[in-house]
Design a protein around this ligand. Structure first.
Ligand code: ADP
Ligand code: MG
Length: 375
C-alpha cells in the first residue's frame, strides 16, 4: 500500500460531510432543505498512472481494488460502487475522459451516520478526476453525476441535497436549496450563543438504504393519486397541506401521512429560514422539534435511540432545538446547545444513553466549512 504522504500524488482533494438543519427527506420530492458542509471530511489523493486501470485504496477499510476502464460493471462490494459509478457517469457525459489513475482515500467521517460520507466520497472522486484529467465538468455536473452514481451503481435513490451541500457548501453559511429548481441562497449561520453538536447513536442505519427507497416509492404513490385530480403538480412538495388533506379518506393512512409530512416539512424549512433571518432562535429550535415529530410519527424513519436523545433534550432550556438528521433508523441527532452548558450537556447525554441502551454515544462538534476543494 502506498503511503498517503507520497509526494507523487498530483492532486489532493478534501471533500466534506454535511449537516442538515431542517428539510429532511424532502429533496427527492422537490422541497426546500437547509444543509451545510462541515469540517469533517474525506481526503483523496490522485495520480495519473498512464495505464488503462485504476487502483483505489481505502485507508479506513485497509482494502484496495482495481478497476479495468474497459469493463465498468457494478461490484458486489458496496464501497467500490461509489467510485465505479462516478467514473461511469463521467464517461457518459464526457466519453473516454477518465484514464488510468491511482487514488488513496482517508476519512475522518463516521460512515453510515447520516453525515453523508457517501456524497463526500462520490463528489471527491468526481472533483479529483475532473482536476487530474482536466475534464471541464461544472459543479452542477459533478453534483448530478454523483447522485446518478448512487442511483445506478449503489442502488440508493437519493435526492440531490447531499451532493449539492458537499460541493457547494460555504464556510459559516447554510444553503437554502430549492431541490426542484436548484435555486439556492447562502444564509449566514449565526446561532448566537448556541453551538451545533451532533450526537451519534452509533446505531448503524443499514435499514435506511432499503427503507429509503420504500419512502421514495410511497411519496410517488401519493403524488400519482393527487395528480389524478390535480395534474398540475409535478412534485409532492409543491402540493399545499390543504390539498393533501382532501385526500385523507382516499389515500391509505400510511401514504397520506407521508405526503402530509413532506408538505409540512417543506414549509418548516422556509419558516425556519425566516426565523433565523429575524434572529428568532427559539422559533427556529421549535421547528427542529416539529421536524423530528413528523419524521417519527408521519414519515416513520426514526428509531428508539434517536427518539430517546431528542426527548432527553426537550425540557432542557439550554437546548433550543434537536432532531434526527439524515436518512434515519440510526445515525446522529443534530442539537443546538448553549455554549455555557455544552460540556455538561454532552456528559449528561452520554451517561443517560449508556444507562438506557448500554451503548456509547459519540458527540461530534462541527464547524461549518467550505465544500469539496483542491488543496
Ligand atoms: P452516510 O452517507 O450517511 O455516511 P451511506 O450508507 O449513504 O451513509 O454511505 C456510507 C458508505 O459510503 C460506506 O458504507 C462505504 O460504502 C462508503 N464510504 C464512505 N466513506 C468511505 C471510505 N473512507 N472508504 C471506503 N468507502 C467509504
Ligand atoms: Mg449517504
Amino acid at each position: 500500500m502506498t503511503n498517503i504522504q507520497n509526494p507523487d500524488f498530483e492532486i489532493i482533494i478534501e471533500s466534506p460531510g454535511r449537516i442538515n438543519l431542517i428539510g429532511e427527506h424532502v429533496d427527492y420530492s422537490g422541497g426546500h432543505v437547509l444543509p451545510a458542509a462541515i469540517d469533517k471530511k474525506i481526503t483523496l489523493r490522485f495520480k495519473n498512472n498512464n495505464t488503462n486501470s485504476c487502483f483505489i485504496v481505502s485507508k479506513n477499510f485497509k482494502k484496495q481494488f482495481e478497476i479495468n476502464l474497459d469493463n465498468l460493471l457494478r461490484s458486489d462490494t458496496e464501497w467500490h460502487n461509489y467510485i465505479l459509478g462516478v467514473i461511469f457517469h463521467i464517461n457518459v457525459l464526457k466519453p473516454n475522459s477518465v484514464k488510468g489513475f491511482d487514488c488513496e482515500i482517508e476519512s475522518n467521517l463516521p460512515l453510515g451516520s447520516g453525515i453523508s460520507s457517501s456524497a463526500a466520497l462520490e463528489c471527491g472522486v468526481a472533483k479529483g478526476l475532473n482536476e487530474l484529467f482536466d475534464i471541464g465538468l461544472t459543479d452542477i455536473e459533478m453534483i448530478t453525476l454523483s447522485k446518478d452514481a448512487e442511483h445506478t451503481f449503489v442502488g440508493t435513490k437519493c435526492g440531490i441535497m447531499d451532493q449539492f451541500a458537499v460541493v457547494k457548501g460555504k464556510k459559516d453559511h447554510l444553503l437554502l436549496l430549492n431541490c426542484e429548481t436548484l435555486d439556492h441562497e447562502l444564509i449566514k449561520a449565526d446561532f448566537g450563543d448556541y453551538k451545533i453538536t451532533l450526537l451519534n447513536t452509533n446505531v448503524s442505519h443499514n435499514l435506511a438504504s432499503s427503507e429509503y427507497n420504500v419512502r421514495r416509492d410511497e411519496c410517488n404513490t401519493a403524488l400519482e393519486a393527487i395528480q389524478k385530480k390535480y395534474p398540475e403538480y409535478t412534485l409532492l412538495a409543491q402540493v399545499r397541506p390543504k390539498v393533501i388533506r382532501e385526500f385523507e379518506k382516499i389515500l391509505p393512512k400510511k401514504i397520506y401521512n407521508r405526503a402530509l409530512y413532506v408538505t409540512k416539512e417543506n414549509r418548516r424549512t422556509l419558516k425556519a429560514v425566516k426565523a433565523l433571518k429575524e434572529n428568532d432562535l427559539a422559533r427556529f429550535g421549535e421547528l427542529l422539534y416539529k421536524s423530528h415529530r413528523g419524521l417519527t410519527n408521519l414519515f416513520e424513519v426514526s428509531c428508539k435511540e434517536l427518539d430517546f436523545l431528542v426527548d432527553f433534550t426537550q425540557d432542557l432550556d439550554y437546548v433550543i432545538g434537536s432532531r434526527m438528521m439524515g436518512g434515519g433508523f440510526g445515525g446522529c441527532t443534530i442539537n443546538l446547545v448553549h455554549k455555557d452548558y455544552f460540556d455538561s450537556f454532552i456528559e449528561d447525554a452520554k451517561a443517560a444513553y449508556q444507562e438506557k441502551f448500554d451503548l456509547d454515544l459519540t458527540p461530534i462538534k462541527v464547524a461549518i466549512s467550505d465544500g469539496t476543494r483542491k488543496v
